[in-house]
Design a protein around this ligand. Structure first.
Ligand code: PLP
Length: 416
């Protein structure tokens, strides 16, 4: 088959010529994905970390259906609507500190782009030029658009080819040791006149390898950013909405970032929506008699009413159903089930944080074969690099969670 006569659909991160054909999903139920051939897979990663309430929650479905009947979409320039107003208000009430101003977009990457634009324009609005770079951390991942890619670990394979097209940022190790803290402090001092912000994934660098760090490390990042007068951008696109055991990961370090990015589980994983939330201090720099001081961004589907309705319904569920308790219960089970693998041959590390459990192998396995074996075990788990990990729905039934853990344990032992 040639490239020309096949594949109208171009797939993500996929070599179209050699990749195995994707499995066809026809339905979702609870924490399971139903395939066209009738098989049901237990979803161990909640559709790229989004479906925190499991799939097809009736409350979200009903809210979206009502909104669909009333007003599926309306442009956000010059107009507003109750679902967006209510969601913004509720998010600011739940976020720490004075993160009081919400800018909606439609994907995590774009939420990061907006955060970067906010940081750069903040300095321009304050009359300071030359502040065009951000300090980011090795191991980090912030998305696939140009600005977001520029803040991802430059050594990481997926974006290396685009290096020449990207703004060059300043990279440091997360300050896990006194030496790393001193190096970060020195880099901030050296570059502060060209830096617009510091960007970090709080408590866990997800796509970089499920690399966890203690809250004290995040607190150190926040303290040093403050010492050098730089806004801190917390990318909570993965960690937001209970994944780490608290509603937001920043809470565990007791910090309030200046800008915080949300997406993924914001709608309970049902619709594309993202938010970049700024403190009053940041927002004030855009509050001006000068029209040019306004934030110049506005996606067509900004604050889509259906997505806002889904997100409001998702927030209802965090109030009415015990998601934080469920996340902590999953953490205990992951700890009990995966931790013993740390002593297995071929395993470099086991990491558990909230409802995230990861096994890191000493060597990257054959991922295609591993994925096929996992499917044969009836689970949907997507290892990458040298990492096999679980981030299930917070509502995953105990039996399903046990099957997910058993599959990871068996495959890890088989690889040893
Ligand atoms: N930031 C983080 C921490 C992420 O984990 C991701 C996606 O995995 C993104 C940004 C990008 O989000 P999206 O894929 O919705 O563009």
């Amino acid at each position: 088959m040639t490239a020309r006569d096949s594949h109208p659909l171009w797939r993500p991160y996929t070599q179209m010529k050699s990749a195995a054909p994707p499995l066809e999903a026809v339905a979702t139920r609870g924490s399971r994905i139903v395939l066209a051939d009738g098989r049901e897979l237990i979803d161990g990663i909640a559709s790229w970390w989004t479906a925190v309430h499991g799939y097809n929650h009736p409350h979200i479905a009903a809210s979206v259906a009502d909104q669909l009947a009333a007003m599926p979409h309306v442009m956000f320039g010059g107009l507003t609507h109750a679902p967006a107003e209510r969601l913004a208000q509720r998010l600011t009430e739940r976020l720490p500190g004075d993160l009081n101003h919400v800018f909606f977009t439609d994907s995590g990457s774009v939420a990061v782009e907006v955060a970067l634009k906010m940081a750069v324009q903040l300095w321009l609005n304050r009359g300071k030029t030359g502040r065009t770079r951000v300090l980011a951390f090795r191991g980090g991942y912030h998305g696939d658009t140009m600005g977001a890619m520029s803040a991802c670990d430059p050594e990481e394979g997926m974006h290396r080819r685009f290096g020449a097209y990207l703004p060059t940022q300043v990279f440091c190790e997360l300050p896990r040791t006194a030496d790393q803290e001193a190096a970060l402090d020195a880099a901030l001092a050296r570059h502060r006149h060209e830096l617009a912000a510091v960007i970090v994934e709080p408590l866990v660098q997800g796509a970089g390898g499920m690399l966890t760090h203690p809250p004290e490390v995040l607190a150190t990042v926040a303290r040093l950013a403050r010492r050098h007068g730089l806004p801190l951008i917390a990318d909570e696109i993965f960690t937001g909405f209970a994944r780490t055991g608290t509603l937001f990961a920043c809470e565990q370090a007791g910090i309030v970032p200046d800008i915080l990015c949300l997406s993924k589980a914001l709608t309970g994983g049902t619709m594309a929506l993202a938010a970049t939330v700024a403190t009053t201090e940041i927002f004030s720099a855009f509050w001006s008699d000068d029209p040019a001081a306004a934030l110049m961004h506005g996606p067509t589907f900004m604050a889509n009413p259906l997505a806002c309705a889904a997100a409001n319904a998702s927030l209802d569920l965090f109030e009415t159903e015990p998601r934080l308790e469920q996340a902590r219960a999953i953490a205990t089970r992951l700890e009990d089930g995966l931790r013993p693998l740390a002593r297995s041959p071929g395993v470099r590390a086991v990491r558990v944080l909230g409802a995230i459990g990861a096994v890191q192998f000493a060597e990257a396995p054959d991922l295609t074969a591993l994925k096929q074996r996992l499917v044969a075990r009836g689970v949907w788990v997507r290892p990458f690099g040298d990492i096999l990990y679980l981030t299930p729905a917070l509502t995953v039934p105990e039996d399903d969670l046990d099957r997910l853990i058993a599959a990871v344990v068996a495959e890890t032992r088989a690889l040893a």
